[in-house]
Structure formats: C-alpha cells, structure tokens
Design a protein around this ligand. Structure first.
Ligand SMILES: [Zn+2]
Length: 547
C-alpha cells in the first residue's frame, strides 16, 4: 500500500466518521434554533390580542390555533384525539361568589367576623353551589404525615369533624424532594380528609407574603378555577368531605391565634426551627361559601414526529409547555391583560423551535417525539394531569418528559438549574447538554419555592415518568447585574401580573442556549439504547416509579 493510498483511505474514513458523527449527534440541527425565531413566536403569543390566553377563552383558542398551524407547517403528525391535533378537555369551571361568603370566629365573648379580601379568600367549590362548616379550629402544623421520615403533624390531635389550620409549605428539615412532594395542596387535602377534617384554612406567614404579595392572591382568587372532569362528569381531585377551603393572610392568621397559647409569630418561628406542635386554637369557626358552577372545554395541542427505529418508535419522549396563562384580571397600573410573555409564551415558543430542529435533523431520532402545548396549568396543572391520566399514546410508552416553563432571561444567564436532574438517568445527559451549550449547572438556589412540583413535569412524575425542566439559574455573565436580586425582584413584582408582557428585557441569546440544551437532551434520550431510569432509591422513583 502506498503512502498516498493510505492517506486517501485514512482521510476518507475520517470524512465518513466525522460526517457520521454530525448526522448522529444532533448538534447541526440544534444550531438551527435561532434567537429571532424564538422572539417572533413570543411576540405573537404574548400579544394583547390574545387577551392573556386564559383557559377556555377565545384568546387561548387563538393561541392553540397558532401552535397547531405551526406543527402542521413543520410536517408533524396530529397526536390528539380522533386524528386531530387537539385533545379537548371537559372542565368544571367554578367561581367564588365573594359577597356571599363569610368567616366568623366564635369564642365565649361572641362572634368576630373576618373580612373577605382583607383577611381571607376562599377557593370555589367544584360541585356544590353552597357549602358551610361550623366546627373547632385545630392548628395542625404543615398538615404533613410522612411515615418514612417519622414525621406527623397530626400526631396526638383529634381533627375528626373539625377545621384544620395549616401553614403553607412543608418542613425545611425534609430532603428537597420530599419537601416538594408534601408541600402540594393536593397531598395536604388528601391527608386532611384521611384524618376526618371538614375544612382547611391555609395560613400565610410573613415569609409567604414576602414571596407572593396578598394583592396578587386576591387578583387570582377573582378568576375562575377549573378542574377536569372524568368520563362520568365528576371533577377530578374533588373531596366532598371538605366543605370549605380558605386562605388567611398574615393579619387574618394572627387573629385566628389571638385566643391560643402561642401567637402566630411564635408558631411561624417554631416552623423555621422545626419545633412545631399542633393544638386547638380556642375558636369555633362558622364558614359559608357560595360558588358559581359552569361547564367548559379547552384543548391540549399535541403533535408527533415518528421515530426511525422500527421498534423504538413505539416509545415517546415528551416535550411539554403550558400555553395558557391567567387571562384578564383586575387591572394593575391600568392594564388588565396578563400576557404571560415569560409565563409561558417563552416555553411554548421553545418547544416550537425544538420541534423545528427535530424536523431538520439529518436522520430522524430512533424514538418518537411528542410535542404538547398544555392548557390549564395556571389552574393547577390541569392539562398535563388530564394528559397523564388519558394519554393519547400508551402510558407505558412515554419514557421521559422535558418541560419548559418560564425560562427567565431578564439578564444574560450564565447557569441553569435542571429541575429533576438528581432523580433519574436524564440528569447527567441534561447536564452535559447544558455544558455543551456553554451553560454552567447549578443546584436549586431556592428549594423553598418547591418549583419541581409546581409545573407540568410533576403530572408526568406522578405517573412514574422520569422528567426534567431546564430553568434559568441566578448567575449573570454581566457583572453589573445581581442575578439573584433581579429574579427575586421579578418574582415579587412582575410574576403573575399584567406586566409580564413583551415590553420587558429578553436576552434571546441565553434563551436559545437553554432551548438547544433541552433539544439535545431529548435527542440523546431518543437515540439511546435504553430508556431513562429512576436513580436507585430515589424518592419519586419509589413513590411513583411502578405506576
Ligand atoms: Zn404561571
């Protein structure tokens, strides 16, 4: 063999292997995700014309139509109901009639009425126009029972037929996952029902009020709630045992503790010190509520890119992002439209661009990819929960969910926090994908926000599907920006307000890096020999893994 020939063969094989690498590793397609395209989707979805994309509104339907036509244009196949892109969801819609609600504390001195809006709000009932409860109020800590952690807020308390008063959140002493899980309102309601309670009053501490101002709570309480209905027409996660659910702000909570052995401030401090003990509060409460009940419908929008492997194409990687936002509310600074530009026009725009990148891959991935724009997230993860319970592909064939909710790019971001990375084999893949795109990977800087259970990935987790969400970290590449402070400020003032609109700063370049990382994560899972697995002994894997 001549040197020339050897050189020829070597360079030829190098050429083949390098082009083979390009075709297989997804980086070419990934590079086609561009800032200007991302920006244009967000610009449309966050426009005032869409009126904040409230669940079951015309604005949402217009947004859904936009997503569907984008999917069509990309050549994706419908994966909703009956060969369409839509999965219509039947909802019970419920609205609290504030003026017909009352919350009266009763002790031996007489009646002490609380004021709606000033002290408390009530969540609407999903099945009954009128409900009431009159009983003792018992403080039951966080309302958490976690036998595996040898923790029980109800220990030694008899709350049968009584109203329980619960702090929000879960013990800070818990591992992050367990804390997130036990913090969920559904988990607390189930536990209250299991202990025989007939009413739940949530208490907001000074810390809660710092994180989420009370006027935001009032604004959202005026909006209608939605629960999806099962085929028999029953709203899901509805517990008829619970007559009333109310939320007291710090002033209201302080009044509730006025006749008891500890003040509300003392109890709030005990919660921080992990020294909580429940006790009867020395008041009876008489609660009344009126709710307006209606029927409604709103769709998830679902498309599929079929995998290239004859066997593995029957497994699916899901990309999800919620398309709904809060719609129209009481005005803030004269503006009533909650555009939800960050929350979550950015997420839906991300999965549209990710979908486009997949259609531009040299070779389709081995597994199939499902893209879902979800409804009802702001109403308590309704769209994703419905999909998880009534999936349009076989439930066991869903191998992973990659959710995109509100990637913050109010400054050039240096790092990402990958929610869920520590739970499954997706973690290392996602971390590498982030680093490939020049993003550092940081641990969750605010575990007390329990963000992992607060977006749609949790609906998949609960069905045993390993899931992640790539979210922005707090480090800025611009040294003049204090990222942690900027995000804290944003969450306090802009989050869930009409000011989350297109007139904010968006560092699209950073956004694109994170979207590329989400693309690459899914691409690698889709081409791997094995589907993702829960890490051995993982909390969520143990809790839900075999469902
Ligand atoms: Zn939101």
């Amino acid at each position: 063999m001549t040197v020339k020939l050897l050189y020829f063969i070597l360079s030829f094989s190098l050429l083949i292997s390098s082009s083979g690498l390009q075709a297989d590793d997804g980086t070419d397609a990934m590079a086609k995700i561009l800032p200007a395209r991302l920006a244009s989707h967000v610009k449309f979805l966050a426009d005032d014309l869409l009126e904040g994309r409230g669940t079951a509104t015309r604005g949402y339907d217009l947004a859904a139509l936009y997503v569907m036509t984008e999917f069509q244009q990309l050549g994706l196949k419908p994966a909703g109901k009956n060969g369409t892109f839509y999965q219509p969801i039947p909802f019970r819609k419920a609205t609290t009639i504030r003026e017909n609600c009352s919350f009266i504390l009763i002790d031996k001195e007489g009646e002490h009425p609380l004021e709606y809006g000033k002290d408390y709000v009530m969540a609407a009932d999903y099945s009954r126009p009128q409900t009431s409860a009159s009983a003792e109020v018992v403080f039951a800590g966080f309302g958490v029972t976690a036998p595996e952690l040898k923790y029980d807020d109800y220990a030694g308390l008899d709350v049968k037929g009584e109203i329980v008063a619960l702090l929000s959140n879960a013990p800070a002493s818990f591992p992050v996952s367990a804390r997130a899980h036990y913090n969920s309102a559904l988990q607390k309601e189930k536990n209250a029902v299991a202990h025989g309670a007939i009413g739940i009053v949530t208490l907001r501490t000074a810390d809660d009020e710092k994180r989420g101002p009370w006027d935001r709570v009032i604004r959202q309480n005026k909006l209608s709630g939605f629960h999806w209905k099962d085929p028999s027409g029953q709203p899901n996660n509805f517990f008829p045992q619970i007559q009333i659910t109310a939320s007291l702000n710090k002033d209201g909570s302080t009044k509730l503790f006025a006749g008891s052995k500890s003040t509300f401030d003392e109890v709030s401090q005990q919660a921080k010190d992990n020294k909580l003990h429940g006790f009867p509060l020395g008041f009876r409460a008489s609660l009344k509520k009126e709710s307006k009940l209606e029927e409604a419908e709103s769709p998830n929008v679902i498309a599929v890119l079929e995998g290239s492997d004859p066997a593995l194409k029957n497994e699916y990687i899901v990309y999800s992002a919620h398309l709904d936002h809060l719609g129209i509310s009481d005005p803030v600074n004269g503006d009533p439209i909650n555009n939800g530009a960050y929350d979550n026009a950015t997420g839906v725009s991300s999965i549209l661009e990710i979908a486009r990148a997949y259609t531009e891959c040299a070779k389709r991935p081995r597994r199939s990819i499902l893209f879902i724009a979800l409804t009802g997230e702001e109403k308590g993860l309704q769209g994703s929960d419905y999909f998880a319970n009534y999936p349009t592909v076989p439930q066991k064939s869903i191998v992973a969910d990659i959710n995109v909710d509100m990637f913050m790019m109010i400054f050039p971001v240096a790092d990402v926090v990958i929610m869920g990375a520590e739970h499954s084999s997706i973690g290392p893949i996602a971390e590498e994908a982030a680093r490939t795109n020049g993003l550092k990977v940081s641990p969750d800087p605010t575990p007390e926000e329990v963000r992992f259970v607060r977006s749609d990935q949790y609906s998949f987790i609960k069905k045993g599907v390993p899931s992640i969400a790539m979210t922005a970290g707090q480090q800025s590449t611009d040294p003049s920006v204090n990222g942690a402070e900027a995000i804290k400020q944003w969450l306090r003032t802009i989050y869930h307000s009409p000011q989350d609109d297109i007139n904010q700063h968006f560092d699209w370049e950073t956004g694109v890096k994170a979207i590329r990382a989400s693309f690459l994560t899914g691409y690698r899972i889709a081409n791997a020999d094995q589907r993702p697995t829960w890490n051995p002994g993982d909390f969520f894997g143990k809790e839900f893994g075999n469902k």
